[in-house]
Design a protein around this ligand. Structure first.
Ligand code: PEP
Length: 257
């Protein structure tokens, strides 16, 4: 099968102020002198480290993304950051609807959709995070839930714009828990998501959109997960905070490309 180009993305969460971030980026540069053109690599540091990361990585293939933004253009929204500001800062990706934002910061399918629309209008590629909790899986409503999430996130988005989006399937029960979906569970859901994308758009669009797996991906399980037909990369939390393990996952993706 003609697989899509892998995207290996690090979500640093609330880790890595400018000093720590510089050390981590230096570690990545040192342990991975060259990155194959076959693999896209992205780091998503906290807001305060974005400028530094963009400057530090200006001559590198590693791209920089943010973890969140607010969908309004500007104005009286104390504490918020707009998509325009992120684009101006040199970001080209942004995470949208991460489960931690849904859980702790009242992110809903509706706000996720507003953010997807806004990100695309600013030429930021939204990484749309979806996935079920353990309870939802036990209740066997995980497919319906994921279908609702992706359909809502892409409401009003044309197929042309959808090509600039990335989907990240992140079963909530596997995030930061050390639990990983089995390669079969991941493939089953990724295939389902691709079928949903085909229903919303068409086969060509669905087969071009990258679907990342996220949930305790690490060097020890990356090969099996990335080998699945519909797994086009990883959104990596914990393991992206170590230059060694993050670059090891990049190397695994290169080998599979
Ligand atoms: C994440 O934060 O998106 C994630 C997948 O975290 P972890 O790899 O630590 O499970």
């Amino acid at each position: 099968m003609n697989k899509r180009k892998f995207l290996i993305a690090g979500n640093w969460k609330m880790n890595g102020g400018p000093l720590e971030a510089a050390e981590l980026l230096e570690g990545i540069k040192n342990s991975k002198k060259e990155i194959s053109e076959e693999v896209d690599v992205l780091v998503c540091p906290p807001f305060v480290s974005l400028g530094m990361a963009v400057n530090y990585l200006y001559d590198s293939e590693v791209q920089v993304g943010a973890q969140n933004f607010y969908y309004e253009e500007n104005g009286a929204f104390t504490g918020e950051i707009s998509a325009t500001m992120l684009a101006e800062s040199g970001c080209n990706f942004v995470l949208v609807g991460h489960s931690e934002r849904r859980q702790y910061f009242a992110e809903t399918d509706e706000t996720v959709n507003k953010k997807v629309v806004k990100a695309l209008s600013e030429k930021l590629a939204p990484v749309i995070c979806i996935g079920e909790t353990l309870e939802q899986r036990k209740e066997n409503i995980h497919f319906d839930l994921v279908s609702d999430q992706i359909t809502a996130a892409l409401k009003g988005i044309t197929s042309n714009d959808a090509l600039d989006t990335v989907v990240a399937y992140e079963p909530v029960w596997a995030i930061g828990t050390g639990e990983t979906a089995t390669p079969e569970q991941a493939q089953e859901m990724h295939k389902f998501i691709r079928q949903e994308l085909e229903k919303i758009y068409d086969e060509e669009t669905a087969s071009a959109i990258r679907i990342l797996y996220g949930g305790s991906m690490k060097p020890g399980n990356a090969k099996e997960l990335l080998s699945q037909d519909d797994v086009d990369g990883g959104l990596i939390g914990g393991a992206s905070l170590s230059a060694e393990s993050f670059t090891e996952i990049i190397s695994i993706a290169e080998e599979l490309s």
